[in-house]
Write a protein that binds this ligand. Structure first.
Ligand SMILES: NC(=O)c1ccc[n+]([C@@H]2O[C@H](COP(=O)([O-])OP(=O)(O)OC[C@H]3O[C@@H](n4cnc5c(N)ncnc54)[C@H](OP(=O)(O)O)[C@@H]3O)[C@@H](O)[C@H]2O)c1
Length: 286
């Protein structure tokens, strides 16, 4: 990493999505290697906290609340780099979201959100960055852009490695977290709560655990091989089986009590996970 350190030292690097996950780890690593980092994301408290951590280890950083769906926000992030440090060398368009769902669930609004953040947000970053890149403007030589890109790629590989490795090194902490999640889901499927609040969502569970939805899913996949959504469904099926075998409630009543708006959706999900219908499952106990 010696050569990389020399190339990174003093570079002004803006990072979107710097408030958690890969963006946060990359920002910290670049700052430790001597870059001046310009942090952007929507959660101000997380940016302030990261900025404090960078400064505590002698790094140099600044930050701005940046929603990448707003082109003006992204332009302002780049302007901040120029105002504070006199230029921008690199922009890492890292901010992104991933809403996982079956295509036939037709979560069209979530698809649009992903296009706005993951595609348009990145394009706004490219547009803002290209207009000020000193190295490109100065055109030091025809390889300089490739050199920079390959260095950043290397850093992202290291960050990803660090990000993935933590799921093993912090296993005990995360097993406690899974217990907390299961306890929350147990309470959440209490009939009185599910009727009012509907089915628990991935976002809701991760908010309860104070971690991002993406991070929770990565963590669960690494420890259990299953996503957050699958864990929610497993708990739901466990509760459904219990009520089908021990209560006299109708199947529609059980569906409503679990938080479904339509009993047909419950039937479909139950069958997907167990390969038999709720009615057939109940009959197997008679
Ligand atoms: N982790 C993986 O295995 C993996 C795999 C493939 C691709 N990726 C991509 O790599 C990137 C980082 O992933 P991650 O795992 O580090 O995710 P993460 O922990 O969920 O972090 C996403 C970051 O993006 C920011 N963000 C989300 N929506 C935003 C918006 N509208 N405007 C501005 N910032 C926004 C979030 O900050 P705020 O909420 O504070 O705005 C957060 O800092 C994402 O683009 C992700 O899709 C990750």
């Amino acid at each position: 990493m010696e050569n990389n350190t020399n190339r990174i030292k003093g570079k002004v690097i803006a990072i979107t999505g710097a408030s958690s996950g890969i963006g946060e780890a990359t920002a910290m690593m670049l700052a430790e290697l001597g870059a001046k980092v310009v942090l952007g994301a929507r959660r101000l408290d997380r940016l302030e906290e990261l900025d404090g951590r960078i400064r505590a280890v002698g790094g140099d950083s600044t930050y701005l609340v940046t929603a990448v769906k707003n082109r003006v926000d992204v332009d302002n992030l780049v302007k901040l780099a120029c105002q504070q440090y006199g230029r921008l060398d690199v922009i890492i368009n890292n901010a992104g979201i991933s809403h996982l769902s079956r295509i036939d669930e037709l979560q069209v609004e979530e698809w649009e959100e992903m296009i706005d953040v993951n595609l348009k947000g990145v394009l706004y970053g490219i547009a803002a960055g290209l207009s000020v890149f000193n190295e490109l403007d100065n055109n030091i030589d025809s390889f300089s852009q490739d050199v920079l890109v390959s260095q950043i790629e290397l850093i992202l590989i290291h960050s990803n490695r660090f990000y993935t490795r933590q799921f093993n090194t912090r296993k005990t902490v995360y097993i406690d977290l899974i217990d907390t999640m299961n306890a929350y889901l147990d309470e959440r499927f209490d009939p009185e709560r599910s009727v009012v609040f509907g089915l628990p969502t991935v976002q809701e569970v991760s908010d309860h655990l104070h971690i991002s939805a993406r991070y929770l899913t990565d963590l669960l996949k690494s420890l259990t091989g299953q996503s957050t959504q699958q864990h929610i469904h497993n708990k739901l099926i466990e509760k459904a089986k219990d009520r089908l075998s021990t209560s006299r409630l109708t199947i529609a009543e059980i569906a409503y009590q679990l938080g479904f708006e339509h009993p047909q959706s419950f039937n479909k999900l139950f069958k997907r996970y167990t390969e038999i219908s709720p009615t057939a499952y109940r009959q197997s106990f008679n």
